[in-house]
Design a protein around this ligand. Structure first.
Ligand SMILES: [Mg+2]
Length: 433
């Protein structure tokens, strides 16, 4: 019997705004940050770690909110946690007072994400497996018990979820062998931040092609003529065998979106991401009607499964971009993966940020092995920064995420990094505020 004894949470911020890494049309000065949760147990070597991701200010607010959930899990036996994790998840998102601040969106939902990311890490470590492996090796009935169908039963029932998971059991081992050998393809965002000069973008595109990448995402949105010039430059640099996708980060209204996307058409874009407000399902549907076969991607800012339900069912989302720290961890991520599969919408998890690559490497494996069964024409975001702060950073070979083999959910940070970048009293911030 192993018990959770206590938790801690730290506000960790990396000063990425200094070199404009992460900059886009709306978020011009992000400091990639993590609310870093640790679960301690009565076995000193067994700890769980989890994060929610933010871009600086407000990280402390998420951290404060996370503390409200600690009493639910303190002194809980880990076996009881595992056996009841579906019910416990709903108890948190449906908290009789905290739900007023959501419900199931915003700071409270990010806090739920952080704590459940931590709890899933702990459970996978208890089983001495990487999280993706623990999940894909679990029985379909058990997986369904982790999920909440409230408000989505009209598009996905527990019976349908069970049928999808059960049907995929047969060839599961073949797919596990495939990813262990080949990995899962990624695209890079690292070359196209809005704050970068043309010279820097060209140099980075060349570097990433040499390393094996074929898919490049570029930030756009502030100036149509400048964007077209930049896309032209990038197309000439990477050639027609590579793929370009653009991300407007919610910059435009519906009319502007249609104008911009149609102006980019000659570049044969792989997809256009977040043209307008991430909540505007009807707006996305209107844009889609006017841009022909250009695929619209969104989801990194969708708070929960109910938003995904609307986007997927309406045909307004053509690429489903789940976020590991905005959705309520594995319990809700699997639900969204199942809905996307039902509506035949490919999932390209979002990973611009700190720790998100470490998380998505598990999620793409789960989607491929357990739910979707195909990785053709699919790519997961990859961003080449801040991995040095993690004890088990993601591994990329020839542009592919290789399945993590260390136990857990891969998010444990180096103690030195946590201490240096803790806000506001870590070594770095003490001298730089
Ligand atoms: Mg984006």
């Amino acid at each position: 019997m192993t018990k959770i004894t206590k938790f801690s949470v730290q506000d960790v911020r990396f000063p990425t705004s200094k070199d404009l890494t992460g900059s886009d049309a709306i978020h011009t000065d992000p400091d990639y940050s993590a609310t870093y949760v640790t679960a301690y147990t009565d076995q000193s070597e067994l700890k769980g770690y989890g994060i929610a991701f933010t871009i600086g200010k407000g990280n402390d607010i998420v951290a404060e909110c996370i503390k409200h959930f600690f009493p639910i899990f303190e002194n809980m036996d880990i076996d009881d946690l595992e056996n009841n994790i579906g019910k416990l998840w709903f108890k948190c998102v449906d908290h009789s007072q905290l739900r007023w601040l959501g419900p199931e969106k915003g700071v409270v939902h990010m806090a739920v994400s952080a704590i459940f990311n931590c709890l899933w890490d702990l459970i996978a470590k208890k089983h001495k497996k990487p999280l993706w492996q623990f999940v894909v090796e679990s029985e379909p009935e058990k997986i369904v018990s982790w999920l909440t169908f409230k408000y989505i039963e009209d598009v996905l029932t527990p019976e349908e979820a069970l049928a999808i998971l059960s049907n995929n059991q047969n060839d599961k081992q073949k797919r596990i062998d495939t990813v262990l050998q080949e990995g899962y393809p990624s695209y890079t965002t690292a070359a196209g931040w809005l704050g970068y000069s043309d010279e820097k973008i060209i140099q980075l595109c060349k570097e990433y092609i040499a390393k094996g990448w074929k898919h490049f995402k570029i930030k756009v949105g502030l100036d149509l003529d400048a964007d077209v010039k930049r896309l032209d430059l990038i197309r000439k640099t990477i050639g027609d065998d590579c793929f370009i996708m653009v991300d407007a980060n919610q910059q435009w209204n519906v009319k502007q979106s249609i104008k911009h996307i149609n102006a980019y058409k000659k570049f044969n874009l792989f997809f256009v991401e977040e043209p307008t407000s991430p909540d505007d399902v009807m707006g996305f549907a209107k844009i889609k009607k006017e841009v022909g076969n250009v695929r619209l991607a969104t989801g990194e800012a969708c708070g929960g499964r109910i938003m995904f339900k609307q986007f997927l069912e309406s045909g307004a989302m053509n690429i489903c971009q789940i976020d590991s720290c905005r959705l309520g961890s594995i319990n809700e991520i699997i639900t969204v993966l199942l809905m996307a599969h039902k509506f035949n919408v490919p999932v390209f998890p979002h990973a611009g940020g700190v720790g998100l690559c470490e998380y998505v490497q598990h999620l793409c494996m789960i989607d491929y092995i357990l739910i979707n069964g195909s990785k053709n024409d699919k790519v997961v975001e990859y961003q080449d920064s801040l991995h040095e702060h993690f004890i088990y950073p993601c591994k990329i070979e020839n542009g592919n995420y290789m399945p993590p083999l260390d136990h857990g959910y891969s998010i444990e940070m180096k103690e030195k990094s946590v201490n240096e970048f803790s806000f506001p009293n870590g070594e770095y911030w003490k001298n730089n505020i």
